[in-house]
Write a protein that binds this ligand. Structure first.
Ligand code: NAD
Ligand code: ZN
Length: 368
């Protein structure tokens, strides 16, 4: 990996204690030479990332590498137990630290293992997927899945540092890249100014230009950090980050988990949330719904339910989607609550949308 850009971008996350997210092209090769002052460094990764970047992972000073199988199935209690046992076997103690070197699966699993081992050791996030760089590596939510659902067992445990190196993204499979772009667009809608810039950055995004991606990751992390600092434990405004997710979870559930990449379901969910708000007469700008879909098409991300159905050969009947939505988060009175985008930078949480508007948005998309 080449030398880092002269000035890695640094975003502070103002939680207690605060930490920095370093963003740049080529910085991890250099960071991995650094001693953290830990008794040992335990580098957790997955089999794909080890195959691609094992030289960096194995080169960590005073480090031991442990690779779990790639994929969501590794976010399990049994894998967590194996990781904790491996920490002991590697001679780690309360003065050791963990490096979560991989995508969101490794980040969530590693963060939880670090939070539990000796009641909490420090950890560093080194995200290698776009989704992990713009979303999961920042904010301290860690978890594994249970048979009854995703992320049901976890802790808030903030990393001590995050290094997002956009050079890693060159090898990411196309669908994983598009999935990350879905979360980028979500964050851009919440942020506002970034939404306006993304179209102009499209050529650099298409060729995965590491400097363009560093600019985007920095903007997304800045937006997320601002919200996390306001609400570290997701009692209020952090729910804004769930924009598009009620629809996305319904799509993922109705398609069968694993068929549609999460961030792509989120991208389609953004349009559905906006469309539902427009149909409900809440004052969503119709031009915004159009520009959102145009941006997604520019980025080669499915922009509506029909494009999604074609790309992934899934049927996603409206009834199944509406039924799946009803299982999501509810208000105290039993009405599902939504995050609704009224326009770029104008996103409102805890909005009660009538089921008729949600159904109409889903059916409208099916006819488009
Ligand atoms: N903690 C949070 O706040 C938060 C937020 C969003 C998502 N998540 C979690 O993140 C997980 C999804 O993360 P993800 O999308 O990064 O998935 P992932 O970690 O499974 O990575 C996707 C695939 O890409 C491979 N990969 C990783 N880096 C690569 C690279 N540079 N080149 C080639 N292949 C590479 C992985 O081996 C894997 O096969 C989910 O479990 C989700 O619940 C957590
Ligand atoms: Zn998401």
């Amino acid at each position: 990996m080449k030398a880092p850009s002269p000035q890695p971008r640094v975003v502070r996350v103002a939680v207690e204690p605060p930490y920095s997210v370093h963003v740049g092209a080529g910085l991890v090769g250099v960071v991995a030479q650094r001693e953290e002052g830990w008794s040992r460094a335990f580098v957790l990764t997955d089999a794909n990332v080890e195959r691609l970047f094992g030289d960096i992972a194995r080169g960590w000073p005073n480090g031991t590498i442990h690779a779990v199988p790639a994929g969501e199935d590794s976010k399990s209690f049994s894998t967590l137990e194996r990781v904790l046992d491996a920490l002991v076997a590697a001679g780690c103690d309360r003065r050791s630290g963990l490096i979560a070197f991989g995508g969101g699966v490794v980040g969530d699993l590693g963060g939880l293992a670090a939070g539990l081992f000796h009641r909490g050791i420090p950890y560093v996030q080194v995200p290698t997927t776009l989704l992990a760089m713009v979303d999961s590596s920042v904010g301290g939510k860690t978890a594994v899945n249970l048979a009854g659902g995703k992320n049901l067992a976890g802790l808030f445990h903030q990393p001590v540092e995050v290094y997002a190196d956009t050079r890693f993204l060159a090898t990411l499979p196309d669908d994983e890249y598009r999935s990350g772009l879905g979360e980028v667009v979500k964050t851009a809608v919440i942020d506002g100014p970034l939404f306006g810039r993304l179209s102009a950055l499209q050529p650099g995004i298409a060729r995965r230009d590491p400097d363009v991606l560093a600019e985007i990751v920095e903007s997304c992390v800045t937006a997320k950090a601002r919200i996390v600092a306001r609400d570290p434990f997701e009692k209020g405004d952090r729910k804004l980050l769930n924009l598009g997710h009620t629809f996305a979870h319904a799509i993922e559930h109705a398609a069968g988990f694993g068929r549609v990449p999460h961030g792509i379901a989120v991208a389609v969910g953004l349009g559905l949330a906006a469309e539902s708000g427009r149909i409900a007469g809440l004052g969503v700008d119709p031009g915004f719904v159009e520009s959102l879909r145009a941006l997604l098409r520019d980025l080669d991300v499915p922009a509506d339910l029909d494009a999604l159905r074609r790309r992934y050969s899934v049927s996603l009947p409206a009834d199944a989607l509406v039924a799946a939505m009803a299982r999501d988060k509810k208000s105290r009175t039993g009405v599902p609550l939504y995050v609704v985008p009224f326009g770029p930078g104008a996103v409102v949480r805890d909005v009660e949308l009538p089921e008729s508007a949600v159904r109409a948005a889903i059916e409208l998309a099916a006819r488009s």
